[in-house]
Design a protein around this ligand. Structure first.
Ligand code: ZN
Length: 197
């Protein structure tokens, strides 16, 4: 149906999340309509992002520097760590402008069904960070589904000997995803946090 280079472009676009066959086709036609320079800029942006962005060595948030902007900002509260599943959640919490502490990105949640064990997540490094002392609170901000619950309880148990561990209060629906919560809901969830029992 499509000339091979166009078919390849559509095929690649369709691999992106949320992009079905129709959207992929629409995007491909749009790219073809734009100038060659525009296409190169897009392709280069993808390559640059992939090559230059890694993980912050301290909190595992996406960063182009060894230590991310949040970790290296002296104005952030240095004694509070908010634990999230993914970098997307850091962005969501930053948008609320209600949180001024540090983060720790686990890189996933414990999920025996998917073969994800605690060892595959950034949990050991979190224990180390907290174990070094000077952390007065760890806030667990993991999406409220079964895997998220398991992860919150598991990590909470490990951290309790060292510091106060709280969890954000979900006005979010069970099974709801942190990244899809609006800023007001998320800010309220943060405000209403309570200790992990
Ligand atoms: Zn960092």
């Amino acid at each position: 149906m499509f000339t091979p280079p166009l078919a390849r472009l559509i095929e690649q676009l369709q691999k992106l999340p949320g992009i079905g066959a129709k959207s992929a086709q629409r995007l491909a036609f749009h790219i073809l309509k734009r100038s060659e320079k525009d296409a190169e800029t897009l392709a280069q942006a993808i390559i640059d992002a992939k090559r230059q962005i890694g993980f912050c060595q301290r909190c595992y948030h996406l960063s182009a520097e060894p230590i991310c902007e949040i970790c290296s900002n002296p104005n952030r509260e240095q004694d509070v760590i908010c634990v999230v599943e993914d970098s997307k959640d850091v962005i969501a919490l930053e948008k609320t402008r209600e949180y001024h502490g540090l983060y720790h990105v686990l890189g996933g949640v414990i999920s025996p069904m998917d073969g994800i064990t605690p060892e595959q997540l950034n949990i050991q490094t979190l224990i180390q960070r907290v174990g070094e002392g000077n952390i007065k609170e760890v806030i667990m901000a993991i999406s409220p589904n079964i895997e998220g619950e398991t992860t919150t309880l598991y990590v909470g148990k490990l951290l309790k000997p060292f510091t106060k561990v709280t969890r954000i209060a979900f006005g979010l629906p069970m099974g709801g995803d942190l990244e899809y919560a609006d800023e007001v809901t998320l800010a309220r969830a943060l405000e209403g946090r309570r200790e992990v029992s």
